[in-house]
Write a protein that binds this ligand. Structure first.
Ligand code: DOR
Ligand code: ZN
Ligand code: ZN
Length: 437
Protein backbone atom coordinates (compact mmCIF):
# COMPACT_ATOMS: atom_id res chain seq x y z
CA UNK A 1 0.00 0.00 0.00
CA UNK A 2 1.24 3.51 -0.74
CA UNK A 3 1.18 5.88 2.24
CA UNK A 4 -0.05 9.45 1.95
CA UNK A 5 2.81 10.91 3.97
CA UNK A 6 6.02 9.69 5.58
CA UNK A 7 7.32 11.66 8.56
CA UNK A 8 11.07 11.06 8.49
CA UNK A 9 14.20 12.00 10.43
CA UNK A 10 12.21 11.94 13.66
CA UNK A 11 12.53 10.84 17.25
CA UNK A 12 9.28 9.05 17.93
CA UNK A 13 7.69 8.54 21.35
CA UNK A 14 6.68 4.90 21.04
CA UNK A 15 5.61 2.64 23.92
CA UNK A 16 7.39 4.78 26.49
CA UNK A 17 10.69 5.15 24.63
CA UNK A 18 12.23 7.48 22.10
CA UNK A 19 12.95 5.69 18.80
CA UNK A 20 15.00 7.10 15.95
CA UNK A 21 12.33 6.34 13.42
CA UNK A 22 9.78 7.57 10.95
CA UNK A 23 6.01 7.27 10.75
CA UNK A 24 3.91 6.39 7.71
CA UNK A 25 0.39 7.66 7.48
CA UNK A 26 -2.26 6.46 5.06
CA UNK A 27 -5.44 8.48 5.07
CA UNK A 28 -6.12 9.20 8.77
CA UNK A 29 -4.22 6.25 10.28
CA UNK A 30 -0.67 5.36 11.26
CA UNK A 31 0.36 2.42 9.07
CA UNK A 32 4.02 2.02 10.03
CA UNK A 33 6.47 3.07 12.73
CA UNK A 34 10.03 2.11 11.89
CA UNK A 35 13.40 3.01 10.40
CA UNK A 36 13.06 5.57 7.62
CA UNK A 37 14.54 3.06 5.16
CA UNK A 38 11.86 0.49 6.00
CA UNK A 39 8.84 2.77 5.51
CA UNK A 40 6.50 2.09 2.58
CA UNK A 41 6.46 4.42 -0.41
CA UNK A 42 4.50 7.61 0.20
CA UNK A 43 3.12 10.43 -1.92
CA UNK A 44 4.97 12.92 0.25
CA UNK A 45 7.72 13.07 2.81
CA UNK A 46 8.02 15.49 5.72
CA UNK A 47 11.55 15.60 7.13
CA UNK A 48 11.16 16.92 10.69
CA UNK A 49 14.86 17.52 11.20
CA UNK A 50 15.43 15.23 14.17
CA UNK A 51 12.58 16.70 16.21
CA UNK A 52 10.45 14.75 18.69
CA UNK A 53 7.12 13.29 17.60
CA UNK A 54 4.56 12.65 20.33
CA UNK A 55 0.98 11.41 20.33
CA UNK A 56 -1.30 14.41 19.69
CA UNK A 57 -1.62 16.23 23.00
CA UNK A 58 -4.84 16.13 24.99
CA UNK A 59 -6.27 18.99 27.04
CA UNK A 60 -9.10 17.95 29.36
CA UNK A 61 -9.74 21.49 30.60
CA UNK A 62 -10.41 24.39 28.28
CA UNK A 63 -13.04 27.05 27.62
CA UNK A 64 -13.73 27.41 23.90
CA UNK A 65 -16.69 29.76 24.63
CA UNK A 66 -18.57 30.35 21.32
CA UNK A 67 -22.35 31.08 21.31
CA UNK A 68 -22.99 34.39 23.10
CA UNK A 69 -19.37 34.50 24.25
CA UNK A 70 -17.98 34.26 20.70
CA UNK A 71 -16.51 37.71 21.13
CA UNK A 72 -14.00 36.13 23.56
CA UNK A 73 -13.33 32.97 21.50
CA UNK A 74 -15.26 30.67 19.18
CA UNK A 75 -14.94 27.01 18.17
CA UNK A 76 -12.84 27.91 15.16
CA UNK A 77 -10.44 30.40 16.79
CA UNK A 78 -10.20 28.26 19.93
CA UNK A 79 -9.31 25.06 18.09
CA UNK A 80 -6.89 26.99 15.82
CA UNK A 81 -5.15 28.12 19.01
CA UNK A 82 -5.23 24.53 20.29
CA UNK A 83 -3.52 23.01 17.24
CA UNK A 84 -0.98 25.84 17.26
CA UNK A 85 -0.27 24.68 20.82
CA UNK A 86 0.07 21.02 19.76
CA UNK A 87 -3.31 19.84 21.07
CA UNK A 88 -5.40 17.47 18.99
CA UNK A 89 -8.09 16.43 21.48
CA UNK A 90 -9.92 18.74 23.87
CA UNK A 91 -12.58 18.60 26.54
CA UNK A 92 -14.51 21.87 26.66
CA UNK A 93 -16.09 23.31 29.80
CA UNK A 94 -19.83 23.92 30.39
CA UNK A 95 -19.77 27.53 31.70
CA UNK A 96 -20.87 28.78 28.32
CA UNK A 97 -23.65 31.25 27.55
CA UNK A 98 -26.21 29.70 27.44
CA UNK A 99 -24.76 27.16 29.90
CA UNK A 100 -24.33 23.48 28.98
CA UNK A 101 -26.77 22.17 31.57
CA UNK A 102 -29.59 20.47 29.66
CA UNK A 103 -29.86 17.74 27.00
CA UNK A 104 -31.01 20.44 24.55
CA UNK A 105 -27.92 22.54 25.21
CA UNK A 106 -25.72 19.45 24.80
CA UNK A 107 -27.30 18.70 21.44
CA UNK A 108 -27.07 22.36 20.39
CA UNK A 109 -23.37 22.33 21.20
CA UNK A 110 -22.76 19.24 19.08
CA UNK A 111 -24.68 20.73 16.15
CA UNK A 112 -22.90 24.04 16.45
CA UNK A 113 -19.38 22.57 16.68
CA UNK A 114 -19.67 20.50 13.50
CA UNK A 115 -17.54 21.85 10.67
CA UNK A 116 -15.82 24.46 12.88
CA UNK A 117 -13.15 22.35 14.57
CA UNK A 118 -9.45 22.18 13.76
CA UNK A 119 -9.13 19.29 16.24
CA UNK A 120 -11.34 16.80 18.07
CA UNK A 121 -13.49 18.17 20.88
CA UNK A 122 -15.63 16.49 23.53
CA UNK A 123 -17.23 18.39 26.35
CA UNK A 124 -18.60 18.46 29.88
CA UNK A 125 -22.07 19.28 31.07
CA UNK A 126 -23.34 20.36 34.51
CA UNK A 127 -26.60 18.73 35.62
CA UNK A 128 -29.20 20.98 37.23
CA UNK A 129 -29.90 18.01 39.55
CA UNK A 130 -28.13 14.63 40.01
CA UNK A 131 -30.91 12.61 38.38
CA UNK A 132 -30.28 14.47 35.11
CA UNK A 133 -26.80 12.99 34.61
CA UNK A 134 -28.06 10.08 32.47
CA UNK A 135 -29.96 12.37 30.11
CA UNK A 136 -26.92 14.61 29.60
CA UNK A 137 -24.68 11.62 28.87
CA UNK A 138 -27.23 10.13 26.49
CA UNK A 139 -27.26 13.44 24.62
CA UNK A 140 -23.50 13.20 24.07
CA UNK A 141 -21.37 14.90 26.72
CA UNK A 142 -18.21 13.07 27.84
CA UNK A 143 -18.11 13.82 31.56
CA UNK A 144 -19.66 15.96 34.25
CA UNK A 145 -18.19 19.16 35.70
CA UNK A 146 -19.25 21.18 38.71
CA UNK A 147 -18.20 24.48 40.19
CA UNK A 148 -18.50 24.13 43.93
CA UNK A 149 -18.45 27.88 44.44
CA UNK A 150 -20.63 29.02 41.56
CA UNK A 151 -23.90 28.13 39.91
CA UNK A 152 -24.35 28.05 36.12
CA UNK A 153 -28.09 27.49 36.03
CA UNK A 154 -29.51 27.46 39.55
CA UNK A 155 -27.78 24.22 40.63
CA UNK A 156 -25.70 23.97 43.82
CA UNK A 157 -22.99 21.47 44.60
CA UNK A 158 -21.23 23.14 47.49
CA UNK A 159 -21.79 20.69 50.36
CA UNK A 160 -20.48 17.18 50.83
CA UNK A 161 -24.03 15.79 50.73
CA UNK A 162 -24.82 17.44 47.38
CA UNK A 163 -21.58 16.20 45.87
CA UNK A 164 -22.14 12.72 47.32
CA UNK A 165 -25.54 12.43 45.61
CA UNK A 166 -24.09 13.55 42.31
CA UNK A 167 -21.15 11.14 42.57
CA UNK A 168 -23.53 8.23 43.12
CA UNK A 169 -25.07 9.07 39.74
CA UNK A 170 -21.85 9.74 37.83
CA UNK A 171 -20.17 6.59 39.10
CA UNK A 172 -23.18 4.40 38.35
CA UNK A 173 -23.04 5.81 34.81
CA UNK A 174 -19.31 5.10 34.65
CA UNK A 175 -18.09 8.67 34.12
CA UNK A 176 -15.73 10.97 35.91
CA UNK A 177 -16.90 13.96 37.95
CA UNK A 178 -14.58 16.94 37.54
CA UNK A 179 -14.68 19.63 40.19
CA UNK A 180 -13.53 23.21 40.50
CA UNK A 181 -12.70 22.89 44.17
CA UNK A 182 -13.16 26.09 46.12
CA UNK A 183 -15.45 26.19 49.14
CA UNK A 184 -17.89 29.09 48.64
CA UNK A 185 -18.07 29.64 52.40
CA UNK A 186 -14.42 30.58 52.37
CA UNK A 187 -14.09 32.81 49.35
CA UNK A 188 -14.75 36.52 49.43
CA UNK A 189 -17.60 38.38 47.78
CA UNK A 190 -16.29 39.28 44.40
CA UNK A 191 -16.66 42.57 42.69
CA UNK A 192 -15.06 43.89 39.56
CA UNK A 193 -11.95 46.03 39.51
CA UNK A 194 -10.21 44.01 42.20
CA UNK A 195 -6.46 44.20 42.35
CA UNK A 196 -4.83 40.80 41.76
CA UNK A 197 -3.55 40.85 45.33
CA UNK A 198 -7.03 41.36 46.75
CA UNK A 199 -8.49 38.79 44.38
CA UNK A 200 -5.93 36.23 45.58
CA UNK A 201 -6.73 37.03 49.20
CA UNK A 202 -10.40 36.39 48.45
CA UNK A 203 -9.47 32.90 47.19
CA UNK A 204 -7.45 31.57 50.13
CA UNK A 205 -5.58 28.28 50.37
CA UNK A 206 -8.09 27.05 52.94
CA UNK A 207 -10.94 27.37 50.42
CA UNK A 208 -9.22 24.91 48.08
CA UNK A 209 -8.11 22.60 50.86
CA UNK A 210 -11.56 22.41 52.43
CA UNK A 211 -13.33 21.88 49.09
CA UNK A 212 -10.95 19.08 48.11
CA UNK A 213 -11.44 17.48 51.50
CA UNK A 214 -15.22 17.55 51.08
CA UNK A 215 -15.09 16.16 47.54
CA UNK A 216 -12.72 13.36 48.60
CA UNK A 217 -14.88 12.38 51.52
CA UNK A 218 -17.97 12.28 49.26
CA UNK A 219 -16.05 10.21 46.70
CA UNK A 220 -15.01 7.68 49.31
CA UNK A 221 -18.58 7.23 50.54
CA UNK A 222 -20.09 7.10 47.05
CA UNK A 223 -17.37 4.87 45.56
CA UNK A 224 -17.16 7.59 42.93
CA UNK A 225 -14.59 8.66 40.36
CA UNK A 226 -13.32 12.16 41.04
CA UNK A 227 -11.10 14.49 39.03
CA UNK A 228 -9.86 17.63 40.77
CA UNK A 229 -9.26 20.49 38.33
CA UNK A 230 -6.24 22.81 38.54
CA UNK A 231 -4.74 22.00 41.96
CA UNK A 232 -2.87 25.06 43.16
CA UNK A 233 -1.91 24.45 46.79
CA UNK A 234 0.44 22.22 48.76
CA UNK A 235 -2.40 21.45 51.17
CA UNK A 236 -4.80 20.47 48.37
CA UNK A 237 -2.31 18.25 46.62
CA UNK A 238 -1.32 16.59 49.90
CA UNK A 239 -4.94 15.67 50.59
CA UNK A 240 -5.24 14.09 47.14
CA UNK A 241 -2.03 12.10 47.60
CA UNK A 242 -3.28 10.74 50.91
CA UNK A 243 -6.65 9.83 49.38
CA UNK A 244 -4.94 7.92 46.56
CA UNK A 245 -3.01 5.93 49.14
CA UNK A 246 -6.33 5.13 50.82
CA UNK A 247 -7.61 3.68 47.55
CA UNK A 248 -9.97 6.51 46.59
CA UNK A 249 -10.48 6.79 42.82
CA UNK A 250 -9.21 10.33 42.37
CA UNK A 251 -7.05 12.04 39.76
CA UNK A 252 -5.98 15.65 39.52
CA UNK A 253 -4.60 18.10 37.01
CA UNK A 254 -2.17 21.02 37.10
CA UNK A 255 -1.94 24.01 34.78
CA UNK A 256 1.14 25.69 33.30
CA UNK A 257 0.49 28.80 35.41
CA UNK A 258 0.24 26.98 38.73
CA UNK A 259 3.38 25.01 37.87
CA UNK A 260 5.49 27.93 36.67
CA UNK A 261 4.28 31.28 38.02
CA UNK A 262 4.18 32.69 41.53
CA UNK A 263 2.07 35.66 42.53
CA UNK A 264 5.22 37.76 42.09
CA UNK A 265 4.06 38.26 38.48
CA UNK A 266 1.20 40.45 39.77
CA UNK A 267 3.70 43.30 39.97
CA UNK A 268 4.40 43.15 36.26
CA UNK A 269 1.11 41.88 34.78
CA UNK A 270 -1.49 43.21 37.20
CA UNK A 271 -5.02 42.10 36.42
CA UNK A 272 -3.87 40.20 33.33
CA UNK A 273 -2.62 37.56 35.80
CA UNK A 274 -5.94 37.18 37.66
CA UNK A 275 -7.14 33.58 37.54
CA UNK A 276 -9.19 31.19 39.68
CA UNK A 277 -7.74 29.53 41.63
CA UNK A 278 -5.20 32.35 41.91
CA UNK A 279 -1.44 32.25 41.52
CA UNK A 280 0.19 31.37 44.83
CA UNK A 281 3.55 31.66 46.59
CA UNK A 282 6.71 29.70 45.85
CA UNK A 283 5.95 27.00 48.41
CA UNK A 284 2.82 26.01 46.47
CA UNK A 285 4.39 26.24 43.02
CA UNK A 286 7.17 23.95 44.21
CA UNK A 287 4.62 21.48 45.59
CA UNK A 288 2.76 21.42 42.26
CA UNK A 289 6.01 20.91 40.34
CA UNK A 290 7.17 18.13 42.65
CA UNK A 291 3.82 16.39 42.36
CA UNK A 292 3.96 16.51 38.56
CA UNK A 293 7.51 15.10 38.74
CA UNK A 294 6.58 12.12 40.84
CA UNK A 295 3.29 11.44 39.07
CA UNK A 296 0.95 12.41 41.90
CA UNK A 297 -0.47 15.01 39.54
CA UNK A 298 -1.93 12.77 36.86
CA UNK A 299 -2.76 15.20 34.09
CA UNK A 300 -1.53 18.52 32.73
CA UNK A 301 -4.28 20.81 31.44
CA UNK A 302 -4.27 24.38 30.19
CA UNK A 303 -7.50 25.91 31.59
CA UNK A 304 -7.46 28.03 28.43
CA UNK A 305 -9.87 30.78 29.55
CA UNK A 306 -9.96 33.70 27.11
CA UNK A 307 -11.50 37.11 27.84
CA UNK A 308 -11.29 40.50 26.14
CA UNK A 309 -8.71 43.04 27.26
CA UNK A 310 -11.49 45.29 28.48
CA UNK A 311 -12.86 42.45 30.63
CA UNK A 312 -9.36 41.80 31.99
CA UNK A 313 -9.21 45.44 33.08
CA UNK A 314 -12.24 44.53 35.20
CA UNK A 315 -10.35 41.54 36.65
CA UNK A 316 -12.22 38.70 34.89
CA UNK A 317 -10.34 35.53 35.88
CA UNK A 318 -8.40 33.50 33.32
CA UNK A 319 -6.14 33.77 30.30
CA UNK A 320 -5.39 31.80 27.12
CA UNK A 321 -3.34 28.67 27.76
CA UNK A 322 -3.08 26.51 24.63
CA UNK A 323 -0.17 28.34 23.04
CA UNK A 324 2.02 28.64 26.13
CA UNK A 325 1.61 25.11 27.52
CA UNK A 326 4.21 23.23 25.47
CA UNK A 327 6.81 26.04 25.65
CA UNK A 328 6.38 26.29 29.43
CA UNK A 329 6.25 22.58 30.33
CA UNK A 330 9.05 21.52 28.00
CA UNK A 331 11.23 24.41 29.16
CA UNK A 332 10.79 23.00 32.67
CA UNK A 333 11.90 19.65 31.20
CA UNK A 334 14.96 21.22 29.59
CA UNK A 335 15.86 22.94 32.84
CA UNK A 336 15.75 19.61 34.66
CA UNK A 337 12.73 20.60 36.76
CA UNK A 338 10.36 18.02 35.22
CA UNK A 339 11.05 14.57 33.76
CA UNK A 340 10.20 14.24 30.05
CA UNK A 341 8.25 10.98 30.40
CA UNK A 342 6.02 12.39 33.14
CA UNK A 343 5.16 15.45 31.08
CA UNK A 344 4.36 13.39 28.00
CA UNK A 345 2.25 10.84 29.87
CA UNK A 346 0.35 13.62 31.62
CA UNK A 347 -0.49 15.21 28.25
CA UNK A 348 -1.33 11.99 26.40
CA UNK A 349 -1.93 8.53 27.82
CA UNK A 350 -3.11 9.51 31.28
CA UNK A 351 -5.88 11.92 30.19
CA UNK A 352 -6.86 9.46 27.43
CA UNK A 353 -7.37 6.68 29.97
CA UNK A 354 -9.08 8.77 32.60
CA UNK A 355 -11.64 10.25 30.22
CA UNK A 356 -12.04 7.23 27.90
CA UNK A 357 -10.63 9.02 24.85
CA UNK A 358 -9.95 5.82 22.96
CA UNK A 359 -8.76 7.47 19.77
CA UNK A 360 -6.07 9.49 21.49
CA UNK A 361 -2.82 9.31 23.42
CA UNK A 362 -0.80 6.58 21.67
CA UNK A 363 1.42 6.30 18.60
CA UNK A 364 1.06 2.86 17.08
CA UNK A 365 0.14 1.08 13.88
CA UNK A 366 -3.61 1.24 13.30
CA UNK A 367 -4.04 4.28 15.55
CA UNK A 368 -5.47 7.62 14.47
CA UNK A 369 -2.67 9.80 13.09
CA UNK A 370 -2.94 12.63 15.62
CA UNK A 371 0.63 13.75 16.22
CA UNK A 372 2.53 16.64 17.77
CA UNK A 373 6.06 17.49 16.66
CA UNK A 374 8.01 19.39 19.29
CA UNK A 375 11.20 21.35 18.91
CA UNK A 376 13.37 21.09 22.02
CA UNK A 377 16.24 23.10 20.63
CA UNK A 378 14.84 26.50 19.80
CA UNK A 379 14.87 29.50 22.11
CA UNK A 380 12.24 32.16 21.76
CA UNK A 381 10.25 34.67 23.75
CA UNK A 382 6.52 34.14 24.23
CA UNK A 383 4.73 36.75 22.12
CA UNK A 384 1.05 37.27 22.96
CA UNK A 385 0.50 39.20 19.72
CA UNK A 386 1.14 36.02 17.75
CA UNK A 387 -1.53 33.93 19.47
CA UNK A 388 -4.19 32.37 17.25
CA UNK A 389 -6.60 32.78 20.17
CA UNK A 390 -8.75 35.91 20.08
CA UNK A 391 -7.31 36.68 23.53
CA UNK A 392 -3.95 38.34 22.97
CA UNK A 393 -2.59 38.67 26.49
CA UNK A 394 -0.68 36.40 28.83
CA UNK A 395 1.13 36.50 32.16
CA UNK A 396 3.82 34.53 30.29
CA UNK A 397 4.34 37.25 27.70
CA UNK A 398 8.03 37.90 27.10
CA UNK A 399 9.20 34.77 28.90
CA UNK A 400 12.23 33.14 27.31
CA UNK A 401 11.27 29.54 26.47
CA UNK A 402 13.38 26.69 25.18
CA UNK A 403 10.79 24.58 23.38
CA UNK A 404 7.91 24.99 20.98
CA UNK A 405 5.47 23.20 18.71
CA UNK A 406 6.81 22.60 15.21
CA UNK A 407 3.89 20.72 13.66
CA UNK A 408 0.49 19.27 14.57
CA UNK A 409 -1.21 16.47 12.65
CA UNK A 410 -4.95 15.92 13.01
CA UNK A 411 -6.43 12.80 11.44
CA UNK A 412 -3.45 12.30 9.17
CA UNK A 413 -3.00 15.86 7.90
CA UNK A 414 -0.67 18.56 9.13
CA UNK A 415 -2.85 21.46 10.22
CA UNK A 416 -0.12 23.48 11.87
CA UNK A 417 3.43 23.72 10.57
CA UNK A 418 6.26 26.04 11.49
CA UNK A 419 4.16 28.88 12.88
CA UNK A 420 1.23 28.71 10.45
CA UNK A 421 -2.14 27.02 10.16
CA UNK A 422 -1.58 25.21 6.86
CA UNK A 423 -4.84 23.33 6.38
CA UNK A 424 -7.98 25.39 5.95
CA UNK A 425 -10.14 22.24 6.10
CA UNK A 426 -11.42 21.63 9.58
CA UNK A 427 -10.92 17.93 10.19
CA UNK A 428 -11.80 17.87 13.88
CA UNK A 429 -14.75 15.81 15.03
CA UNK A 430 -17.10 16.13 17.97
CA UNK A 431 -16.37 13.32 20.42
CA UNK A 432 -19.65 11.84 21.64
CA UNK A 433 -19.50 10.32 25.07
CA UNK A 434 -22.29 7.84 24.66
CA UNK A 435 -20.43 5.95 21.96
CA UNK A 436 -17.97 4.83 24.61
CA UNK A 437 -20.37 4.00 27.39
O1 DOR B 1 -9.86 31.60 35.94
C1 DOR B 1 -10.88 30.99 35.64
N1 DOR B 1 -11.53 31.26 34.48
N2 DOR B 1 -11.37 30.07 36.47
C2 DOR B 1 -12.56 29.50 36.27
O2 DOR B 1 -12.95 28.66 37.05
C3 DOR B 1 -13.40 29.87 35.10
C4 DOR B 1 -12.57 30.40 34.02
C5 DOR B 1 -13.38 31.07 32.95
O3 DOR B 1 -14.31 30.44 32.43
O4 DOR B 1 -13.09 32.21 32.57
ZN1 ZN C 1 -11.97 26.11 37.37
ZN1 ZN D 1 -11.57 26.39 33.78
Amino acid sequence: MEASVNITNAKVWHRGEILEAGISIADDRIVEVGKDSSLPRAERELDVGGRLVFPGLIDVHCHLRDFELSYKEDFSSGTASAVAGGFTTLLDMPNTKPPTTTPESVRAKIRSMRGKLFCDVGFYATPKAPEQVGGLLDSGCMAIKIYMARSLDGETYSTEEEIYKLLRETSSQGVVLSVHAEDPKMIGMLGENLSPYLHARFHPIKAEERAIEMALSATKRAHGRLHVCHVSTLEGVSKIIRAKRDGIDVTCEATPHHAALTKDVFGRFGKMAVVEPPLRSKRHVEAVLKSISNGDVDILATDHAPHTLEEKERAYPGFPGFEIAVPVFFTLVREGLLPLDRVIDALTIRPARRFSLYNAGIIDVGRMANLTVIDLKREKRIDQNRFFSKAKYSPFNGMLVKAGVYATFVRGREVFLDGEIVSPTKLGKVIHGHIHR
